[in-house]
Design a protein around this ligand. Structure first.
Ligand code: CMC
Length: 424
């Protein structure tokens, strides 16, 4: 039986349908509220508003559950690999062995990036942050692929998916090569996607390079953990930009910019910088904990807290375990890690953090593991973007296929009423 909610305003009652999702989450459908009552709802930061129906990712922040297309993140991180998970997220089902092989081959068809993109890259100063460059280069891909994707045409959409996955990895690594003044590398179609990431980043023309398989495995797992996270800030941005029927590259470029901020994906870099600062100033983690609790101090403990997880972030649990294993295998002994552990223990026991349900999030541990893997700090958020790419694509595709209307929130105006212009 369908449920309804009743809203009473000034003695007038309005009936609103209640929508229930496949995991029994309920939402009051207010899409007709203004038409029937004249009022709108106000929810800055969308803390309590669903923006869409989606079949891609299920997340229960209270129970610490994360699933892609019904599969638990724990199982996928253990048994699957990044391109298989990408296929699952984007197309809805795990591929057969043959389908996956075809998908990987189809991605390889698009791995060559136009030489003219190098001229654009050349225009940036070497000191530019890789995320700014990545956002610009992603947008520039539109110029080299001007035909906009027909989201209703399966073949067109499929090609766009393969093209985006192929080219994004290459340009993401070029942002690092540029910052180092190194020659740009090309994708090697004879090796895997994550191995290519390592080659594109670190291979030099002066000698042979073989990426460490432990590092490749760890990165693959990290990409899986980042692959989608339902309607987070960058994904909502991708859907919002795409809702105007802007193209896939333009929408993803906007997603990269949204991810860059330190309250979102930029937190992984901010965590490391915070830990380095604690280390450089004598290693007093408690001092920083006190700063984070001080309401007169804008400092926040980076890598702690989450809009939806009010329990341990399940991704953080997996990364913490992976970080311990990788660090032990690689024989890394890092004082920064000791500070991170101390900070974690103190925060988890602290009343301020406990009462607000502030747990370490995915970015707290990812920065530590990236550092151990030899990834430069400026590139941490770029790695997040590479991992999140299938999620952005899947959400864009779903939004277009569901024929969602253009995203256009309303507001409550609080400025001046009508004033008369008086010439000064
Ligand atoms: N350090 C200290 N206090 C905090 C922190 C923190 N990291 N996070 C939240 N709080 C406090 C906040 O001051 C507020 O206290 P009070 O109720 O006394 O005013 C309370 O906890 C609730 O915080 P909020 O800002 O209302 O929560 P939010 O849902 O708007 O923000 C957040 C979520 C992730 C932006 C925030 O927790 C934060 O800034 N964390 C640090 C940045 C970070 O690690 N971001 C990565 C998020 S995970 C990766 C991703 O998916 O993007």
């Amino acid at each position: 039986m369908s449920k309804i909610a009743i809203l009473e305003i000034d003695g007038n009652k309005f009936e609103l349908p209640v929508i229930v999702g496949s995991e029994n989450e309920a939402a009051v459908d207010i899409s007709k509220l203004r038409d029937i009552s004249g009022v709108i709802t106000l929810d800055p930061g969308y803390k309590n508003s669903g923006s869409c129906k989606s079949e891609i990712t299920f997340l229960d922040g209270e129970l610490g559950i994360l699933r892609y297309r019904g599969y638990s993140i724990e199982e996928l991180a253990e048994k699957s690999h990044f391109l298989e998970v990408s296929y699952l997220i984007i197309f809805g089902e795990l591929p057969s062995v043959e389908r996956l092989e075809q998908f990987e081959n189809d991605i390889r068809k698009f791995t060559l990036v136009s030489e003219e993109m190098k001229i654009i890259l050349d225009g940036f100063p070497r000191t530019a942050h890789p995320m700014g460059v990545l956002s610009a280069l992603t947008s520039a891909l539109t110029a080299f692929n001007p035909k906009s994707v027909d989201a209703d045409n399966e073949k067109d959409m499929y090609d766009a998916v393969c093209k985006t996955i192929a080219k994004f990895l290459v340009i993401a690594t070029w942002t690092y090569r540029k910052s180092m003044g190194y020659p740009l590398n090309y994708y090697d179609n004879t090796i895997g996607y994550v191995e290519n990431f390592m080659n594109l980043m670190f291979k030099l023309p002066t000698g042979p390079y073989t990426a460490n398989p432990i590092i490749i495995d760890a990165l693959d797992k990290l990409f899986i953990l980042h692959a989608d996270h339902e309607q987070n800030c960058s994904t909502s941005t991708v859907r919002m930009v795409g809702s105007s029927h802007a193209g896939l590259f333009a929408s993803i470029s906007a997603g990269v910019s949204a991810l860059w901020g330190p309250l979102h994906g930029g937190a992984n870099q901010a965590v490391l910088e915070m830990l380095e600062e604690i280390h450089a100033t004598g290693g007093d983690a408690d001092k920083y904990l006190a700063k984070a609790k001080d309401k007169n101090d804008p400092f926040r403990l980076m890598g702690f807290g989450h809009r939806v997880y009010k329990n341990f972030d399940p991704r953080a649990k997996i990364i913490k375990k992976a970080a311990d294993e990788v660090l032990a295998t690689l024989g890394v002994n890092d004082p920064i890690l000791e500070i991170a552990k101390k900070l974690e223990v103190s925060a988890l026991e602290d009343e301020y953090f406990k009462s607000r349900n502030l747990y370490p999030n995915v970015d707290f541990y990812s920065g530590i593991i990236y550092r151990a893997l030899g990834i430069p700090t400026d590139m941490f958020t770029v790695l997040f973007a590479i991992g999140r790419l299938p999620g952005w694509i899947a959400q864009w595709k779903e939004m277009r296929e569901n024929k969602e209307p253009i995203g256009r929130p309303r507001q409550i105006y609080t400025g001046y009423p009508l004033r008369e212009y008086v010439k000064s």
